[in-house]
Design a protein around this ligand. Structure first.
Ligand code: NDP
Ligand code: BG6
Length: 487
């Protein structure tokens, strides 16, 4: 059990708090992981007392907990842990009141979770220091976006580091909190089967797809970001790191993050003219009943919308190190795609000297490992067996492993993992300052080339798999996008 704590959520009335943070804490509470003397302190500008805040949580957060897990008595007990302090983070006044509440228990572990827009990070962190609230190893958790380029990421890092030590800072990438993403590490480093094959001698290419069916959904601020910043810089690059890193000597925060950092530093920069060769950006257009990106911007209140923001990116990335030299890592992510899926495909090299024909009706493809992370979780391995009968020919068969089969436990959400690790002080699944900067260092030249060269922004139809130029990109890399559910 986590001993008593004060978990302060800046942005305590916001969407993220209500949809993810409060439900996660409730699940921990029900599992007996939280000391009920601990406090969750919501902070926002709106004037209200703790009673009103509890009513708000009851109305806004409770519907995000599956009904079967709501136990009336537990819920009532949990609400008692909630407190509220009104603070406008741009002025000092409210911080004094917050300090008074926290000083009722000066020795408790404090966590400050910034679920507020990034331009509020600077005043919040500075006032935390000015009012002496960052004491006793208090932890600071920050939500994305963590910068929009290397320069702004460095500024965020240095403003946090001026007040907190790196060991106190928890940069959130919710993909790392997903059980399925952690399962990639389990697959690689908990089994001896794959690791000997996990290199350029046996693997021809790797694909990482994060496809979403949702579009803009009224989030007009997405327009200032785009898929490269919103998804690639963080989630896809973290997946790539986990797939490509060397085995860490131990499963601890700095050992794991050191290995991820080495991958980020080995990524070959794509810049200037190479960007039009190795990167495709695109925006979705309307199809059937589905509106296009521009129409959605207008529906969200942007008049005469024009936008060059990419809602889709495909990249051929290369890692210049001994293990991966020459193996293309093909990344793609997009909104309004045909299916929601997060999937890794490992294409192995073919047998060096084929001696059997493949059955006439079958296209021969080398062994392929498909690791599906969302919405279902499974592993499939495409292999070959003998076609029954007189002829000696091969037919594809698949080794099919559903990772949730037989599991009677509730799958934890990414935020549950994040919240509990924050309380326990385990930084393994959080991004270190140097990792964040190394990721931006790789991203920035791509954006710069887009601006300089006026490189094309392709279009793709809503509910499709992206533009045809992304197919050309992967064909040039000697592969093709894997798009069937199954093998
Ligand atoms: P919301 O707009 O729903 O909530 C913003 C919160 O900030 C509210 O509680 C608001 O309350 C508070 N706030 C605004 N101005 C101030 C201020 N001056 N002082 C104190 N509090 C203030 O945002 P989200 O919850 O959606 O997102 C919060 C952050 O998390 C953003 O940076 C977002 O990018 C990030 N994020 C969100 C995700 C999501 O799923 N929603 C996912 C990943 C990241 P009040 O108006 O009462 O002050
Ligand atoms: C967020 C992005 O980080 O991840 C969103 O800002 C995206 O644009 C979301 O929709 C996807 O997360 P998940 O967990 O639904 O795959």
């Amino acid at each position: 059990m986590i001993s008593s704590f004060d978990f302060v959520i800046f942005g305590g009335t916001g969407d993220l708090t209500m949809r993810k943070l409060i439900p996660s804490m409730y699940h921990h509470f029900c599992e007996g992981l939280l000391d009920c003397g601990g406090r969750i302190v919501g902070v926002a500008r709106s004037e209200m007392d703790s009673k009103k805040f509890r009513n708000l949580v009851n109305k806004e957060a409770k519907p995000h907990i599956e009904e079967e897990f709501i136990d009336k008595a537990k819920w009532a007990e949990f609400l008692e842990m909630l407190h509220y302090v009104a603070v406008d983070v741009t002025t000092p006044e409210g911080f004094e009141a917050l300090g008074k509440v926290l000083d009722e228990h000066p020795d408790r572990q404090r966590v400050f979770y910034l679920s507020i827009a990034p331009h509020f990070f600077a005043p919040t962190v500075q006032y935390l220091q000015q009012f002496g609230l960052n004491k006793n190893g208090a932890r600071l958790a920050v939500e994305k976006p963590l910068g929009k380029d290397l320069q702004s990421a460095k500024e965020i890092n240095s403003l946090m580091r001026a007040v907190f030590e790196e060991e106190q800072i928890y940069r959130i990438d919710h993909y790392l909190g997903k059980e399925t993403v952690q399962n990639l590490m389990a697959l690689r480093f908990g089994n001896s089967l794959f690791e000997p094959l996990w290199n350029r001698s046996h693997i021809k290419s790797v694909q990482i797809t994060v496809a979403e069916t949702v579009g803009l959904e009224g989030r007009t601020y997405y327009d200032g970001s785009g898929a490269l910043r919103d998804m690639v810089q963080n989630h896809l690059m973290q997946l790539l790191c986990i797939l490509a890193m060397e085995p860490p000597a131990e499963n601890n925060a700095n050992f794991v993050r050191d290995e991820k950092l080495k991958v980020l530093r080995s990524l070959r920069k794509i810049k200037d003219r190479e960007v039009s060769e190795d990167v495709v950006r695109a925006q979705y257009t309307s199809y059937g009943d589905l509106s296009g990106y521009i129409e959605e911007l207008e529906a969200a209140g942007v008049e005469n919308a024009e936008s060059e923001t990419e809602t889709y990116v495909a990249i051929k990335a290369e890692i210049d190190n001994w293990r991966w030299k020459g193996v293309p890592f093909l990344l793609r992510t997009g909104k309004r795609m045909r299916e929601r899926t997060t999937e890794v495909v490992i294409n192995f090299r073919d047998v060096p000297h084929p001696i059997f024909p493949t059955a006439a009706t079958v296209v021969h493809e080398p062994n392929r490992l498909v690791l599906r992370l969302q919405p279902e979780e499974y592993i499939k391995l495409l292999m070959y067996a003998k076609q029954p009968g007189d002829e000696f020919s091969l037919r594809p068969v698949k080794l099919d492993l559903n990772l949730n089969d037989g599991l009677k436990v509730r799958q934890r959400s990414a935020y549950e993992r994040i919240m509990i690790d924050l309380l326990r002080g385990d930084q393994t699944l959080f991004v270190r300052d140097d990792e964040l900067e190394a990721a931006w260092e790789w991203i920035d030249p791509i954006r710069e080339a887009w601006q300089k060269e006026g490189s094309p922004l392709y279009k793709y139809k809503s509910a499709d798999w992206g533009p045809t130029s992304a197919n050309e990109l992967i064909i040039k890399a000697g592969s093709s996008w894997f798009e069937e559910s199954g093998i």
